[in-house]
Design a binder for this molecule. Structure first.
Ligand code: CO8
Length: 258
């Protein structure tokens, strides 16, 4: 049984909870290992939506476990350590929509985890920052790449160079999060969004995500070709026909994911 996380998959919605509230959900080696195992389970179960959240009142995640920090002698050892942390890329590559439900401290590797998700919904008490440069390093789990792509180079540089913490309304203004809700309402809001997504055609949602992610890496013209190819496939699906039938019959469509 995992000790540092919880994974619940119900009604095709997966909730992965970081669960070390006494350490503000810091990313210990054990927690990272358990997240890796949980992601394998999510990849196998293929839920419609994946939610990442943190237990306890004070933090989504306060970043790497500083108590486990150990300098290494060579970059060869450092490289081995980096590859053991592939949870970041793995979350980004999940085929279903992913939502980070963030509250309290969301720092360093915790913010980098949230940046791997497709959407971020924040509680009013959320506080965001990259403290790494004050710890003798810099964000190395995607922060220097994903933050500028999301909020722009200059804002990301400001956050990374200064380590200053943003509150939830600053984060919303910058586009770091999609929405801010009261702290008590956080999980209710995230579950509502997850239900809205899972009421839509599964293949429509999945291929939309694929088109967006693949399109980001190529020039617009090629992106349009990717979109067209995936979109033409949609026209052949049962759910496309079902949606038109349901519209004419004035009822809600029943999607099967085929
Ligand atoms: N690592 C380990 N333990 C932590 C961490 C952490 N990052 N953050 C908090 N804790 C522990 C504290 O040690 C304390 O434990 P204890 O009660 O046993 O002393 C408990 O959580 C509560 O914390 P505080 O008493 O410090 O609470 P405060 O309200 O005084 O302060 C802060 C809250 C401001 C969040 C403070 O705890 C803090 O500054 N924490 C460190 C935040 C930080 O610098 N994080 C970035 C680390 S670098 C990073 O994330 C790089 C990511 C690389 C990728 C990693 C992949 C695995």
């Amino acid at each position: 049984m995992p000790e540092c996380i919880e994974l619940n998959i119900e009604n095709e919605i997966a909730e992965l909870w970081l669960n070390r509230p006494n350490a503000l959900n810091a990313l210990s080696a054990q927690l990272v290992g358990e997240v890796n195992d949980a992601l394998a389970e999510v990849e196998r179960a293929r839920p419609r939506v994946f939610i990442l959240a943190g237990r306890g009142e004070r933090a989504f995640c306060a970043g790497a476990d500083i108590k486990e920090f150990k300098p290494v002698a060579t970059t060869v050892e450092a490289r081995a350590r980096h590859y053991s942390r592939n949870i970041f890329d793995r979350i980004e590559k999940l085929p279903m929509p992913t939502i980070a439900a963030v509250h309290g401290y969301t720092l360093g590797g915790g913010l980098e985890l949230a940046l791997c998700c497709d959407m971020r919904i924040a509680a009013e008490n959320a506080r965001f920052g990259f403290p790494e440069t004050g710890l003798g390093t810099f964000p190395g789990a995607g922060g220097t790449q994903r933050a500028p792509r999301l909020i722009g180079r200059s804002q990301a540089m400001w956050m990374i160079f200064t380590g200053e913490r943003l509150n939830a309304s600053d984060a919303l203004r910058m586009g770091l999060v999609n929405k801010v809700v009261s702290t008590d309402a956080l999980m209710g809001e995230v579950c509502k969004i997850a239900s809205m997504i899972s009421a839509n055609a599964p293949l429509g949602v999945q291929y939309a995500k694929e088109a967006i992610l693949r399109g980001e890496k190529v020039p617009l013209e090629e992106g349009i070709r990717i979109e067209t190819d995936l979109n033409m496939f949609m026209d052949t699906t049962d759910d496309y026909a079902e949606a038109a039938r349901a519209f004419i019959e004035k009822r809600k469509p029943v999607f099967t994911g085929r």
